[in-house]
Design a protein. Structure first.
Length: 451
């Protein structure tokens, strides 16, 4: 007897098998075991040998098995394959006459009932899409096609300097593309459901409505989403429209009309348009997937609509902490009193998880926790006791107006603004909108300037 058996005792095998007996042998199958009293025991099923292979059954033909998101992977239903169908130009690419169906043969996967329930326009084929935006079918195919090297681009690239000193790449659509996108924004994007917590790029809402719910709170938490617009890629946009009820061809066409790659943009050099060079900006080499372009009319509303589920989850989270939640583009703001002030760390941890599961990520460098006693700012608006502009911004504008009164406005236009008078009037109107009292003081100074 070994030391282990001497210490713990040699236990009897409950299955009644002998050492070395093969459990898979049908002639020597183990006895059924049930440790319940006899009066509670039920009939035992006959023994069956374990299967030779373990794991999930082999995939069916056409069933997608790789590169699924965690939500799709949990589903037992097969998912149709969805490749990154960035359409090439008709000249070099395949024949696109079948894209999105036709009047004679519409897309059979269009869910009309679902579209009606969502209040969306019924687009059963590409001809319906062309009629919706006031274009022809060939124009839609051309604008939805990705240009090849040396071919005309649908976007021009412009650099916008940030406060940090870095630059942001803007993709400004060409006139014909911009006209189609404006029509899509008015007739399609404006109907998409958006959560009430979203205040950016919505009619009747601005930075003031976003900051007002956070006035007079004990703690204000501000977090920023990194690469907000670039995170909404072609796949996410096309999948969103598929979920609304549109067919696959129409969803692909809509996604191509509303997304673009940075490397597909062009810059104007003299009188000629030239493709952008890879080394001209750091983002061009990093962001090579089609994304929502910053500068397109459809991008803000589409980003708000896709973020609706995230806003819903964050709003419910804020209610758990007795807090308020608003979002202005990529700025997320939470505010509350004692209960939130004691649980800031827990809130931020859950916010990170929610944002990550929605395919986004936070910019930890821009996370700010502003408690009572220090200046609390939300989207540039001070919210300690009432909404107001910052003292620094107010003093700077006041000094410009004072110098205009004393020395004349010509020498104060240091940024070479084309219409300096209307520029100052607009800045004063912004201050008046946020803080009416300070705005009235600045307007009295503006009226004393001799133009």
């Amino acid at each position: 007897m070994g030391l282990f058996d001497w210490l713990f005792g040699k236990k009897k095998d409950p299955y009644g098998t002998k050492p070395g007996q093969d459990y898979g042998d049908k002639d020597h199958a183990p006895k059924p075991y049930n440790d319940q009293p006899k009066q509670y025991q039920s009939a035992q099923k006959p023994y069956q040998a374990p299967p030779k292979s373990y794991g999930a059954p082999p995939p069916k033909p056409g069933e997608r098995t790789e590169k699924l998101s965690f939500r799709q992977a949990r589903s037992n239903k097969p998912v149709d394959p969805l490749a990154d169908q960035t359409i090439k130009t008709p000249r070099r690419g395949p024949n696109l006459a079948h894209l999105g169906g036709t009047r004679e043969s519409p897309d059979p996967h269009t869910d009309v009932i679902k579209l009606r329930n969502n209040g969306m326009p019924e687009i059963a084929h590409l001809d319906d899409l062309a009629d919706l935006v006031g274009a022809t079918r060939n124009e839609i195919i051309f604008l939805a096609s990705r240009p090849g090297w040396g071919e005309p681009s649908h976007y021009t690239l412009k650099e916008l300097r940030k406060k940090s000193g870095a630059t942001r790449m803007l993709m400004v659509p060409m006139p014909r593309m911009k006209a189609v996108q404006r029509a899509l924004n008015a007739k399609l994007i404006s109907r998409l459901p958006v959560h009430e917590a979203a205040h950016g790029f919505r009619k009747g809402r601005d930075v003031l409505t976003s900051a007002s719910p956070h006035v007079g709170k004990d703690v204000v938490i501000s977090v920023d989403i990194e690469d907000f617009f670039p995170s909404f890629t072609f796949r996410r946009v096309s999948g969103y429209f598929r979920n609304l009820g549109y067919g696959r061809g129409v969803s692909v066409a809509l996604a191509n009309l509303m997304t673009a790659r940075l490397r597909d943009g062009a810059t104007k050099q003299g009188n000629k348009w030239k493709p952008v060079a890879y080394g001209s900006h750091p983002d061009i080499g990093k962001r090579y997937h089609p994304e929502i372009p910053q500068g397109a009319p459809t991008s803000p509303g589409l980003a708000n609509a896709i973020s609706r589920r995230m806003d819903k989850r964050l709003h419910a989270l804020a209610q758990k902490f007795a807090a308020d939640y608003t979002r202005y583009a990529d700025d997320l703001t939470f505010s509350g009193n004692d209960e939130l002030a004691k649980s800031v760390g827990n809130l931020l941890q859950i916010v990170r998880q929610i944002v990550r599961t929605e395919g986004l990520r936070l910019n930890e460098k821009k996370t700010r926790i502003m408690r009572k006693g220090k200046q609390q700012r939300v989207t540039g608006v001070v919210v300690n006791k009432q909404t107001n502009v910052s003292r620094r911004e107010y003093d700077k504008l006041k000094a410009i107006l004072h110098n205009c009164i004393k020395h004349g406005p010509t020498g104060q236009n240091r940024e070479n603004v084309p219409d300096f008078r209307e520029h100052l009037r607009g800045r004063i109107a912004h201050v008046s909108h946020i803080g009416p009292e300070r705005g009235r003081k600045l307007m009295r100074m503006f009226e004393q300037i001799r133009w």
